[in-house]
Design a protein around this ligand. Structure first.
Ligand code: ADP
Length: 313
């Protein structure tokens, strides 16, 4: 059976949608969301591991419960006795605009490399077929842990693990653009598959179009590239051979939170199931379309499976 690991941070979310603020507790994180969507699409045909660190407290226990409900594997999930999960609040103002406040510095997930490096060997990572991580997974690491991460990545790549990366650029998490560019360039060079958004490359590399993004990544030798551009078309590049996939804009957009995460989940699940890059991109667009027509990062299971019945892989 295929076995993918997704590496990143899952945070405790306290979200409010109305005034006066009343908070509903949940869990979210970009690659964690992607992991949930991969698993919901592949069902029992592949294992999805969440590679991260959480605390040893009640909230962290709740995350494990959620992972069990979503059939995510926790063999690569470490538990810290000293650090806790990161947390964020979503507030709404009088105009309905949302703002985010984070408490994630020094969270358990930021220490993931210390747990990985405490393993005597990396043998358990040789079991996975592919590893997906994002620019957020990188941004939360200290400089020295980032260096360790590159060695880890090179080691597992040597085992034959496929490396998959979405830059998912969040300026506030980085010590400047140059630090992000430097890290992303290393990640691109080590990656077999890159799933960027055009906006990230506009901000960091001055790209003006999806073609510019493809030029940049093909030049670095990335063989499988899928470029997201909101409701615009998707550009795919396979060993330098490009094609454009049309996106049919949604009639009603409710909430675009995690559109990119859901897209990645749909895409990777279809690739795990042996679909072509083009078929996978079409399926991914359909998964993302479902998610933007519902509130929140994770669509309820029933609505999601109804959507998959209507738009199967
Ligand atoms: P990100 O969350 O990374 O910014 P995007 O906004 O680029 O992601 O959207 C990811 C994918 O979601 C797009 O490639 C597209 O397939 C889908 N999508 C986004 N907005 C729309 C829309 N208005 N209608 C239909 N699909 C959309």
């Amino acid at each position: 059976m295929k076995n993918i690991a997704v590496m990143g941070e899952c945070m405790v979310e306290f979200g409010s949608a109305e005034l006066p603020q009343t908070y509903k507790q949940g869990f979210a994180g970009d690659v964690f969301n992607t992991g949930i969507y991969i698993k919901r699409c592949v069902e029992q045909k592949a294992t999805v591991n969440f590679l991260s660190a959480i605390g040893n407290d009640e909230l962290s226990d709740q995350l494990i419960k959620l992972m069990t409900q979503e059939n995510l594997n926790n063999d690569l999930l470490y538990r810290s006795n000293t650090e806790k999960m990161g947390l964020y609040l979503i507030n709404v103002d009088d105009e309905g605009e949302r703002s985010f406040t984070y408490w994630r510095k020094d969270s358990a997930a930021t220490k993931i490399m210390q747990f990985i490096e405490s393993e005597e060997t990396f043998d358990k990572f040789a079991q996975i077929d592919s590893l997906f991580f994002s620019g957020i997974s990188l941004a939360i690491l200290s400089e020295s842990d980032l260096t360790s991460f590159w060695s880890f990545l090179a080691s597992i790549k040597n085992f034959g693990v496929k490396i998959i990366f979405d830059p998912n650029y969040r300026p506030t998490l980085w010590q400047g653009e140059e630090a992000a560019r430097k890290a992303f360039n290393i990640a691109f060079s080590l990656s077999d598959v890159v799933l960027p958004g055009v906006e990230d490359h506009m901000a960091l590399y001055g790209a003006k179009s999806a073609e510019d993004v493809a030029d940049y990544l093909e030049e670095l030798g990335v063989e499988e590239i899928v470029i997201k551009n909101g409701p615009e078309s998707i550009l795919i590049s396979e060993k330098g051979k490009r094609a454009i996939i049309d996106v049919i804009p949604a009639h009603k957009v409710v909430d675009t939170t995690s559109a990119g995460d859901a897209f990645n989940g749909g895409y990777l699940s279809a690739r795990i199931m042996g679909r072509s890059i083009e078929q996978a991109a079409l399926f991914a667009a359909n998964v993302a379309k479902c998610v933007i027509q519902h509130k929140g990062a994770i669509v309820d299971k029933k609505s999601f499976s109804e959507h998959l019945t209507k738009f199967p892989m």
